[in-house]
Design a protein around this ligand. Structure first.
Ligand code: PGA
Length: 261
């Protein structure tokens, strides 16, 4: 996997937005797999700025969700459907018809999980999948010890993830759902390009284990090591525990600019 160390979150957002713009220039109807949480916000801001300035046309882009809470009422502002509509679909000027996600309100959640995996495949697969990383090494909501072959399914959140996400629910952990639907690790690995962004010192240990540790279900993000095109973009703080940081810096500095991510 390629590791790119950037000065700060804004630089990471710009770099990844440019990679998405390059993809959309090559493939205007690309399927963009988006992530939620605080980390990817600079990516969406940078991409929206490129659309607004005419640097890229995203009008035919399609967007799909990585995961969703179970049990939040439809339209809840913190449901990931609402978040993606607010942060990605509306700023890019896309129609809601170009957007898909798992249905966390379905009566038959198992069927909803299978239907989502099927709809991703029927859409031709995800072209670029953005990922954050949990402090516990999760990607999507695949918590530690998730099967590396897992498909979209229901998961129970760890206490740590509920604590981490309470800030989106007025700081009240009781409001954070216990269950989610998440693309499985096997599902995520089917995307053509995986781009993980991690910023801040709180992610440094998870990043080090992901990049320099063994592939192990206990660190779900380490599955990126199995992917043929995985890019890990980290700011200086999130890179602070990487032993190979000097090597990653030198390698990226020597890369031809035209190559992109
Ligand atoms: P964060 O979440 O970007 O809000 O830190 C990342 C994640 O849990 O995957």
């Amino acid at each position: 996997m390629e590791v790119v160390i950037v000065p700060d979150a804004a630089a990471g957002g710009e770099l990844i937005a440019e990679a998405m713009a390059a993809l959309l220039r090559r493939k205007p109807d690309a399927l963009l797999g988006v992530a939620t949480g605080s980390t990817p916000v600079p990516i969406y801001e940078a991409l929206a700025a490129k659309v607004a300035s005419g640097a890229v046309d995203a009008s035919r882009a399609r967007v799909c969700q990585l995961d969703e809470y179970v049990g939040l009422p439809s339209g809840h502002p913190e449901s990931y459907r609402s978040v993606v509509l607010r942060q990605v679909v509306e700023p890019l000027g896309l129609s809601t018809g170009s957007f898909m996600g798992p249905d966390g309100t379905a009566d038959d959640l198992l069927a909803a999980c299978e239907a989502y995996d099927r709809s991703l495949a029927e859409a031709g697969g995800v072209d670029i999948q953005l990922l954050g990383i949990g402090t516990d090494g999760h990607i999507g909501f695949n918590e530690p010890c998730s099967s590396l072959a897992s498909r979209t399914r229901i998961k129970t959140l760890t206490e740590q993830t509920r604590v981490d996400n309470a800030r989106f629910f007025d700081g009240d952990i009781e409001q954070v759902p216990h269950h989610v639907i998440t693309q499985g690790i096997g599902t995520i690995l089917e995307a053509r390009h995986l781009v993980l962004l991690a910023t801040g010192e709180g992610k440094a240990e998870a990043v080090a284990q992901t990049v320099e540790g063994p592939v192990a279900a206990v660190v779900p993000a380490s599955a990126l090591q199995l992917h043929r095109h995985a890019t890990v973009v980290v700011d200086e703080a999130a890179a602070s525990k990487l032993k190979l940081a000097p090597y990653f810096r030198a390698t990226y500095a020597a890369k031809p600019a035209w190559q992109g991510l």
